[in-house]
Design a protein around this ligand. Structure first.
Ligand SMILES: [Zn+2]
Length: 302
């Protein structure tokens, strides 16, 4: 809780919320409470040093969350889920009980077979064509950037299955390399398994009503109808981290309507800020005065 004294002698109190960066804890490394305290103090200093004059009055709540961290990596074979297999868009290399499903899936893309594409026989001759120095299998998703650094002609994207949708586990920053490989990380209880996504358009075909091949953005998985549209979309999409677009439920007014509801997080101010609203209301031009906008918003003719 922060507090400050106003010019008229009143006291204003507002709540501040802060969270620290998660720490990995294992048998060799314990939690550093000093780091947590240092980070919290920095956050509070930054918040209260913005000219607000607020000072900390008291701490209302301090919560520590501890959860089991299970790093993602692909290992044992998992059959492709039926709803994905029916789309005929993935190659799931079989009989790879050596934990190298990442390698076989990448090779399936780099050296596509023409028949029995899920047979590891086709890809064994290329096993040593990639630089795998220092990489251990099953390969964790966090080690894929290292794989990319050692193999400068290949870029990788990894998706996983979410509830009825997909989640982007890794989106390569390398977009101009000769070979790009899209992988799907399947999971079944404790097991993980990489398969090659041979056809992204088919994989996400239920995201569009477009009848035919689409071009899919790796940053947000949105399918578009032409390469030109995709090329226009990508520079804007890349401004944001990878994301899965999830549309609100049109049947639920609360969910599909943008409205300020967090009134408890607002505080009294002595000024009013107006955004440029002509984007939403074409009749407002750059020369429209603030008074005109206020009259219009109030429902009186301008
Ligand atoms: Zn996108």
């Amino acid at each position: 809780m922060f507090v400050r004294e106003l010019d008229n002698g009143d006291v204003m109190r507002v709540l501040g919320y802060f969270s620290t960066v998660p720490q990995d804890i294992n048998s060799a490394q314990s939690i550093s409470l000093d780091d947590v305290a240092r980070e919290l103090l920095t956050l509070i200093d930054n918040w209260s040093s913005r000219g607000s004059g607020f000072v900390v009055e008291r701490i209302m709540r301090f919560t520590t969350c501890i959860t089991k961290f299970r790093p993602l990596h692909g290992s044992s074979f998992i059959p492709t889920p039926k709803h994905i297999a029916n789309k005929m868009c993935t190659v799931n290399v079989k009989k790879n009980n050596d934990n190298k499903c990442f390698l076989w899936s990448v090779l399936a893309c780099l050296h596509p077979a023409t028949h029995h594409v899920d047979n590891i026989y086709h890809y064994r001759p290329y096993e040593h064509t990639l630089n795998l120095d220092g990489l251990s299998f099953p390969l964790a998703v966090k080690d894929i950037p290292k794989f990319e650094r050692q193999n400068p002609t290949v870029s990788i994207n990894v998706l996983s299955l979410d509830v009825g949708d997909f989640c982007i586990e890794y989106c390569s920053p390398e977009r101009q390399r000769p070979h790009h490989v899209n992988l799907l990380l399947l999971s079944e209880e404790e097991k993980r398994h990489y398969v090659w996504i041979k056809n992204m358009s088919r994989l996400v075909d239920d995201r569009t009503h477009h009848d035919g091949k689409t071009f899919v953005c790796n940053g947000c998985l949105q399918p578009v109808s032409s390469k030109h549209v995709l090329d226009c979309h990508i520079p804007n999409c890349l401004r944001n981290p990878p994301q899965a677009v999830k549309y609100p439920n049109p049947e639920d007014e609360t969910e599909c309507t943008v409205k300020f509801r967090a009134h408890k997080n607002s505080s009294v101010s002595r000024f009013i800020w107006f955004a440029t609203l002509n984007r939403f209301s074409p009749q407002w031009t750059a020369t429209t005065t603030t008074a005109t906008m206020m009259r219009t918003l109030a429902g009186t003719p301008a």
